[in-house]
Design a protein around this ligand. Structure first.
Ligand code: TRP
Length: 352
């Protein structure tokens, strides 16, 4: 019996940060022991918003750093299959077939598409970006993943995948499991600037690979209650990113409750609250730093994992594709043409 599969992953656009951690990496670490786990390095998805030669070249190092971050976060290398999406051309083949199972208006309603276009400074949506969720469906379905732990902005993509899987199975027969989304347990993490979400391109992120001094500097610079000019002015805790982070990263609940109370009463300074937050985040990151050091001590490890994983995944994807083409009747089309060609060739060669 083969174990149920999980697929998750990221575009190779940079290192992972605390927002990724709470959005999906925590779930990956928790779940990867229970499933046959695949981790995609989604460089084809990266191309939907970043496709210069430089972007593509940087993907090589970004891929290695990302995988390093995931291993540092606690995913065990012998329990995970990492693979590079663009090294498996059959994913594109499946994408081509799935594109006919979803409409343009359906894709236009996916909120992340417009967001990604806006973030990339594009006022018109490229064709490939509109198809982002379909390509993601191809990723998920070509390894027949049953669970997909991703952050909030990917929820709609998994929903599109479910619709496509059902539609395919209905039209051509049961080939795909309909995958389940595993949502994050923690709500989206705001940026250090208090705005929207943490994102490297907005410069408001704390990286999983940041050292202790960098964390401290970033925390000291965090946005907090702007009306609080002095420590004896009562402060606002709700919506204050410093306390939002305390809630997520400080395991000493009693201390956090006490800090909140004193903050509201104007009996503790922002500086003190931030120093304790920096301590908490650094304590949270310490085991991740230790694991990273162990991963980096074997310089070939990550590249080796990616190569082995890509080969294993490609074999899986190929066998899925054979089944898909067969289910759709595509295999038979060419077989019939070939048989006819053979027959007429033989007839021509046989003197009557
Ligand atoms: N869309 C994901 C991101 O936001 C990356 C991704 C591509 C993915 N294909 C996937 C995630 C399949 C989970 C499953 O970067």
């Amino acid at each position: 019996m083969s174990a149920a599969r999980m697929l998750t992953g990221d575009r190779p656009t940079g290192r992972l940060h605390l927002g990724h951690y709470v959005g999906s990496i925590a779930n990956r670490v928790r779940l990867h022991q229970r499933y046959d786990s695949f981790f995609i390095i989604a460089d084809l998805h990266m191309l939907t918003t970043r496709n210069t030669r430089e972007d593509i070249e940087r993907a090589t190092d970004n891929a290695r750093e990302m995988v390093t971050d995931v291993l540092a976060a606690g995913v065990e290398p012998d329990r995970a299959t990492f693979y590079l999406q663009s090294a498996i051309p059959e994913v594109g083949d499946l994408n081509t077939l799935l594109q006919n199972l979803v409409t343009v208006p359906r894709l236009e309603r996916v909120p992340s598409i417009k967001e990604m276009a806006r973030d990339a400074g594009k006022d018109e949506v490229p064709y490939g970006l509109l198809g982002y969720p379909v390509l993601q469906a191809a990723d998920i379905l070509c390894v027949r993943a049953q669970v997909v732990p991703v952050g909030k902005d990917n929820a709609a993509h998994v929903e599109v995948t479910r619709e496509i899987a059902r539609r395919f199975n209905h039209l051509y027969g049961e080939v795909f499991p309909v995958p389940e989304l595993v949502p994050a347990e923690t709500p989206t993490l705001v940026g250090t600037d208090g705005r929207a979400k943490m994102s490297k391109s907005r410069g408001n992120a704390i990286g999983l690979a940041d050292d202790a001094a960098t964390v401290r500097r970033k925390v000291r610079g965090m946005y907090t209650d702007p009306n609080r000019v002095r420590a004896d002015v009562p402060g606002t805790v709700e919506g204050n990113p410093v306390f939002a982070y305390h809630d997520v990263f400080n395991p000493d609940r009693a201390r956090v409750a006490e800090l909140k109370e004193r903050y509201r009463a104007g009996r503790v300074g922002d500086v003190a609250v931030k120093e304790e937050l920096a301590d908490a985040i650094n304590r949270f990151l310490d085991p991740i730093r230790e694991r990273r050091a162990r991963v980096e001590a074997d310089p070939g490890l990550v590249d080796r994992l990616i190569v082995e994983g890509t080969e294993r995944t490609r074999a899986e994807v190929r066998s899925t594709l054979v089944e898909v083409r067969r289910a759709m009747g595509l295999t038979a089309v060419y077989q019939r043409v070939r048989r006819r060609a053979e027959r007429t060739r033989r007839a021509a060669a046989t003197p009557s």
